[in-house]
Write a protein that binds this ligand. Structure first.
Ligand code: PHE
Length: 467
């Protein structure tokens, strides 16, 4: 396949640039509000805030035992073939191509709704810039905005337009450059907000909650939640790290890069916890999950703190940067696939993809309340149920295609391509030593598949959601 799109493949200019781009993909909305929300829920039993300590420990273990394992596998696959996800599986074993297609579908669907939410974030930045006038109260303001048939689409278009603008510039001068600028700023903003939050009156209660270990909080659901969160947060199980890995030079050490990305993503999630949870405790707000939490509860938290509007603005800027660097990674996998497999330019691929993506995003936005369009969802315990299109898109990816795709990737690397081939790719004829190879190989062959099958049993068997 010596086609023009393949010959002109992008490549990260530096290893640091790749680490920041990988961290940019991983660090996203999932870190900023899903993670603190999950600490809150996992640490609360029967309405009593007992402590999130065990969830935090479990999460760290899951990231390094399972997340790191899969990330290494995905990066090795991509760098080995230097192809997009579909091309990677076609090159290594045609029979597994379906995994490539599956890893195209997930980011495509997520991208369409992530961009709608990215648009909401821009709307809030504008609101804060215009004096933080949340007409009718926080809840009303949010609901009437997202259920409006037109206004969210305008912001969605801005967000998507920005992604296109960056992606048109390519891998190194687009994604890498963006991440190099935004990630350090994101880090500084987050630290500033965390310091503000921790120094509020009554904030220590929140910190204490995060780091209190109470055995009553230990249960299987906690483990499942931690695994689901780790996969989403590390951008695994959707071919993104295969695509990003395909732009890594053979002279770079992927184990080190994977370790750095996992570390940075987890560090940011923890700091986000320290930024959100103490403030929520100090203002007696309910620590819930989901979009409503960031858009309804948090603005009401900010308004109660000194210089609250300023910190509210900073927080939504932070969300915006996090969302943008994640969104470009979601889009990139699809662009690489279309341009390489159909041998067309990046530019053309972007414009081809943007049409169905926009339609799907419009559907997601419209079914927030302006229109009703239901789709059937199935799980063994509850049978078929009609759910809104918006809900369907989230369930499809979080509960089904991400764990399924990650399972197939681990089975492929563990049992078909083989861990020794992965080792060769990682070590590059002994240039790099993979000291933990044996543990890694055991994990990718046994631990990861068992965990992922358990997750699928939970979500598709019992209908218990991860998000
Ligand atoms: N990892 C990102 C987050 O935590 C979301 C994301 C998922 C980005 C999948 C890319 C791919 O929000």
């Amino acid at each position: 396949m010596d086609k023009k799109a393949t010959k002109n493949r992008g490549q990260w200019a530096s290893n640091l640039g790749f680490i920041l781009a990988g961290a940019g993909s991983a660090i996203g909305l999932g870190n900023m509000w899903k993670f603190p929300g999950k600490v809150g829920v996992a640490g609360t039993v029967d309405g009593q805030a007992l402590g999130g300590g065990f969830f935090l420990i479990t999460y760290i273990l899951v990231v390094f035992l399972i997340g790191f394992t899969v990330m290494n596998a995905e990066l090795a696959l991509g760098r080995n073939t230097k192809k997009n996800c579909v091309g990677t599986f076609k090159a290594l074993n045609k029979k597994w191509s379906i995994v490539g297609y599956l890893s195209m579908l997930t980011p495509f669907v997520i991208m369409s709704y992530y961009s709608v939410v990215g648009g909401w974030v821009i709307k809030y930045i504008v609101t804060y810039l215009c004096g933080a006038n949340f007409v009718g109260g926080y809840e009303n303001y949010f609901i009437s905005f997202i259920t409006n048939p037109i206004s969210p689409l305008f912001y969605f278009a801005i967000f998507l337009g920005l992604c296109v603008f960056i992606l048109l510039k390519g891998v190194s001068s687009g994604i890498e450059k963006l991440s190099k600028i935004l990630m350090p700023i994101l880090f500084i903003l987050l630290i500033a907000i965390a310091i503000r939050s921790i120094t509020l009156d009554g904030a220590l209660e929140g910190l204490k909650f995060m780091f209190t270990f109470n055995t009553k909080t230990i249960n299987p659901k906690m483990l499942i939640t931690a695994i689901g969160q780790a996969f989403f947060s590390l951008s695994l199980g959707m071919g993104i790290m295969i695509t990003y890995g395909s732009y890594v030079k053979k002279t770079d050490n992927i184990i080190k890069s994977a370790t750095s990305i996992c570390f940075l993503d987890t560090l940011v999630a923890f700091i986000a916890g320290c930024a959100v949870i103490p403030a929520v405790f100090a203002t007696n707000t309910n620590l819930g999950m989901g979009g409503g939490f960031a858009f309804i509860a948090l603005p009401s938290v900010f308004v109660q703190m000194p210089a609250g509007n300023f910190f509210g603005l900073l927080f939504f800027l932070l969300l915006f940067f996090a969302a943008l660097t994640s969104a470009v990674s979601l889009f990139e996998g699809n662009i690489a696939y279309v341009s390489e497999e159909f041998n067309i330019s990046r530019r053309k691929s972007i414009f081809l993809l943007i049409i169905p993506m926009t339609l799907l995003g419009v559907g997601y936005s419209a079914t927030q309340g302006a229109f009703t369009f239901n789709l059937p969802w199935f799980d063994v315990a509850h049978g078929f149920n009609m759910i809104s299109m918006a809900n369907f898109m989230e369930k499809l990816t979080d509960n089904l295609t991400i764990p399924l795709c990650a399972l197939l990737i681990s089975l492929f690397v563990g049992w078909s391509w083989g861990t020794d081939n992965a080792l060769k790719e990682i070590e590059q004829k002994g240039t790099f030593k993979f000291k933990l190879y044996k543990c890694w190989a055991f994990s990718i062959k046994y631990i990861v598949p068992v965990c992922l099958v358990t997750i699928l049993v939970y979500t598709i068997g019992f209908g218990i959601g991860l998000s």
